[in-house]
Design a protein around this ligand. Structure first.
Ligand code: HEM
Length: 181
């Protein structure tokens, strides 16, 4: 994935555990310590960093991915990509509705991008069903955190449930989101 993802993880870990912890994590993962936002790194580097951070910080990988998702939505997005996020939407629903278009637009800046795909349905008042498709595996907990973070960002706290896909063969993950606030 593009370096901005690993770089955001470095920022989160450095904030909560300090720069030395990040150095140890990068060493354990056998990666460089800092990442250029526009450089494409192997997905294996990102997975290795998550595994190393999990071991170093004694936090389960899924929990770490979830926290990283929250951090991305309510800190990295609004602080580093405010223009992009602002042009995408102003609520959990509108951001999700326009997310594929947003990831497609930034493809001019990130030509090797392999973005996820999101579909969102309103299934009741304040209740959304989200379908997530990716070429990658294991990132559903990251999506849970991203959705929770968007809820915080827009003042509609989100309770997110990762539900079983409609069939074992379904090529996407399903999430239910209940918005409060
Ligand atoms: C705020 C601005 C955002 C920017 C600039 C951005 C950009 C990116 C980039 C560059 C990647 C790496 C993909 C690759 O290198 O192939 C990525 C991955 C991803 N993005 Fe975004 N993104 C943003 C917001 C969001 C939001 C709000 C969500 C969901 C609610 C989201 C969901 C994801 C997911 C799940 C991935 C992981 C890749 C995968 O699932 O295969 N992004 N994004």
């Amino acid at each position: 994935m593009y370096g901005l993802i690993n770089e955001a993880m470095r920022r989160l870990v450095t904030e909560v555990a300090g720069a030395d912890a990040w150095s140890r994590i990068a060493r354990r993962a056998d990666t460089v310590e800092t990442f250029a936002a526009l450089h494409y790194y192997q997905d294996a580097d990102t997975y290795a960093l998550v595994a190393a951070a999990s071991a170093e910080l004694d936090v389960a990988q899924d929990e770490l991915l979830r926290q990283f998702g929250t951090y991305w939505s309510n800190r990295v997005g609004p602080e580093n990509y405010a223009d992009i996020l602002g042009a995408t939407g102003t609520s959990v629903y509108s951001v999700l509705h326009n997310l594929d278009l947003m990831h497609a637009r930034i493809q001019s800046l990130y030509p090797d991008l392999r973005p996820p795909s999101f579909a969102v349905l309103e299934i009741g008042p304040g209740k959304l069903e989200v379908h997530y498709t990716s070429v990658r595996v294991g990132l559903a907990p990251f999506v849970v955190g991203l959705l929770e973070g968007l809820g915080q960002l827009y003042g509609t706290p989100a309770t997110v449930t990762h539900v079983a896909p409609p069939s074992a063969a379904a090529p996407y993950d399903v999430f239910h989101v209940a918005l409060g606030g």
